[in-house]
Design a protein around this ligand. Structure first.
Ligand code: FEO
Ligand code: CA
Ligand code: CA
Ligand code: CA
Length: 598
């Protein structure tokens, strides 16, 4: 990579070289601060963080663990302040508790973990001169949602027999949200949060549907089923059918009950990003992050109402309850070939083709209709993976985030990796997933027919085939590869105001730490990928938000390295030697106060 600050507008910074420094590394001329860490008190009455004396009660008023998706929302009437919403995907007990015994977790440890999951809303104050952000503790909008907060299950599968339990015979009241990974911000002022690897919390699965969702037959690693029987499928078989949804949260109403939307289907939701049709109906894209799984979209039949009146807000909270859920099927337009060491392209010179959105079920005010033979509508919404199997959806290399480009309408799908492709019984490389043993992942660019979000047909091509640019099997939208940054395992996506795509990575297989990259999607520099930052040892980069003068990222699971413990840490970020490693949110800005990358 050439160390030059040239580039497309918004990407004019000196790229950060690949490295393994136990720190957040930003480009020359940029500064950063830690906005908020795991355990910082945000609610009234919450104590200062003390890792040696942590309690569940304290944690319930403090920022949660393993921050992932981030939204930075406007806050009217409070100058210089914004509302930060963060996901807390999961807990790393071995890095949270000194002397943790994985075979015998205590009730207190388990309840701390419940309270460290979920979401945080916290008001933050902007520095006048820089992009620095600091939390405002005890603000009335600050809120924690955890693994025990009450949720309303809404949409076509709510109340069905599949989701009734002994604690909730109505099938509409669920306690908690788990494994919130990426998400999205709606145009009506709420946030969406994907429940991803919910399978890991449930013990003793036995049904075919459990197996398809990766639920193990034995005890779980965290042993929560010892402390609450709802995590034991042998005792409460339907509880697991109440996780794996897209959650909608209203951060402006701290008394609101968050919702789980069954109309968007049940799978390992990685993100939920919204755009509107020309007549104002929301369309939500979501990936199912599993090797050989699918990506989906939901098209609402209801129009968004503008304004902040109570009636408008109440109406908008029902937008995601009625509409049609689709799954993607992709067809290549050339004989499929595997890109291997030779870096061959298909005969027409591009990995590209056409696709269709196959309808799975439609929810209306009067009930729901299945479009899948042999499955009821309720089954489609609860066992959505099986519906995708039946209609022959395209098996992808771990569909992660999906993000429409607000400037062009093209939609980007990150496919993190799939080391199993072409090995064993799984499918082999095809034009949309062109590498067997795909270690580094790729990014797909999708164009809805006539650029209409609700179209049922689309065109697609590969935008990026990740890896070391010296590897002939990589592709950077045709940009010369001698001046791009190496990249591996694309995960979360975001757009800046210039239409550049920002990509954060999870699990780089190139020997460098994970990081954040920016790349132009149009113009002469399309495909020129540049690394903006790297994160500490063991961490994944998540939740990027790129605004005019600020980049925000979540540093998730720092120090998560095989064999690492509290006593034997792999990272001492962010507080230094002798202090416990803490997942945290970081803001980056330019020292001269100008906008990012201009
Ligand atoms: Fe939680 Fe698919 O990353
Ligand atoms: Ca082709
Ligand atoms: Ca992710
Ligand atoms: Ca991930």
């Amino acid at each position: 990579v050439k160390g030059k600050a040239e580039g497309a507008r918004g990407l004019r910074f000196t790229p950060v070289p690949p490295n393994t420094t136990d720190a957040v590394t930003v480009p020359e001329g940029y500064r950063h601060n830690v906005v908020i860490r795991w355990g910082e008190p945000i609610l009234r009455g919450a104590p200062a963080f003390d890792p040696e004396k942590q309690t569940a009660k304290a944690q319930a008023g403090q920022f949660g663990y393993n921050c992932d998706f981030l939204a930075l929302l406007p806050l009217r009437g409070e100058r210089g302040r914004r509302l930060l919403v963060a996901n807390h995907e999961y807990t790393d007990e071995i890095l949270m508790f000194r002397g943790y015994d994985p075979d015998h977790p205590t009730r207190e440890q388990v309840e701390i973990a419940w309270a460290a999951h979920g979401l945080s809303a916290v008001v933050v104050e902007e520095d006048r001169r820089t992009g620095k952000l600091t939390p405002v503790p005890r603000h009335p909008l600050n809120r924690r949602v955890t693994a025990t907060t009450e949720f309303e299950l809404t949409g076509p599968a709510a109340g069905s027999e599949l989701v009734r339990t002994s604690a909730d015979p109505s099938g509409t009241r669920v306690l908690g949200t788990l494994n919130n990974c990426s998400g999205g911000t709606t145009p009506w002022g709420t946030t969406l949060h994907g429940e991803e690897n919910f399978n890991q919390y449930f013990a003793h699965g036995s049904r075919d549907t459990d197996k398809r969702y990766g639920i193990g037959t034995g005890a779980t690693e965290r042993k929560w089923e010892r402390f609450d029987q709802r995590f034991d499928l042998a005792r409460e078989p339907n509880e697991v059918h109440r996780f794996g949804y897209v959650v909608e949260f209203d951060p402006y109403d701290p008394a609101s009950t968050p919702r789980k939307h069954t109309a968007l289907g049940r799978f390992k939701h990685e993100a939920a990003t919204v755009r509107l049709t020309h007549d104002g109906r929301p369309v939500v894209y979501s990936g199912d992050d599993e090797r050989f799984d699918y990506f989906y979209k939901f098209v609402s039949s209801k129009r968004m109402r503008h304004g902040t009146s109570r009636r408008a807000r109440e109406h908008n909270l029902t937008l995601l309850d009625e509409g049609t859920l689709y799954v993607a099927r992709l067809t290549g337009d050339s004989p499929a070939i595997e890109i291997d060491g030779s870096g061959r392209l298909p005969e027409d010179g591009e990995f590209d083709g056409s696709g269709e959105w196959i309808p799975l079920a439609t929810a209306t005010a009067d009930g729901a209709v299945s479009h899948v033979a042999g499955m009821t509508a309720e089954e489609v919404f609860v066992f959505t993976r099986l519906a995708g199997d039946k209609v022959g959806a395209t098996k992808m290399d771990r569909p992660e985030d999906i993000e429409p480009n607000p400037a062009t309408g093209k939609v980007y799908v990150s496919l993190t990796n799939n080391s199993s492709r072409g090995t064993g019984a799984g499918p082999k490389a095809d034009e949309a997933n062109p590498r067997n043993a795909n270690k580094h992942g790729h990014v797909l660019e999708l164009t809805e027919r006539r650029n209409r979000p609700e179209s049922t047909r689309f065109a697609w091509s590969l935008f990026l085939v990740a890896g070391d640019p010296e590897d002939p099997a990589t592709y950077f939208a045709g940009f010369p590869k001698d001046s791009v940054s190496p990249v591996s395992c694309p995960d979360n996506l975001a757009f800046d105001a210039h239409g550049n795509l920002w990509i954060s990575t999870d699990g780089s297989a190139l020997g460098s730490h994970d990081g954040l990259f920016g790349v132009a999607t149009s113009g002469p520099r399309r495909g020129e990928l540049k690394q903006f930052l790297t994160v500490p040892a063991g961490a994944e980069t998540c939740g990027p938000v790129v605004q005019d003068r600020r980049v925000l990222v979540a540093v998730q699971h720092p120090g998560e390295v095989d064999g690492a413990t509290v006593e034997n840490p792999a990272s001492t970020w962010p507080d230094g030697p002798g202090r416990i490693v803490r997942p945290a949110v970081v803001a980056v800005w330019r020292a001269d106060g100008r906008d990012i990358g201009v």
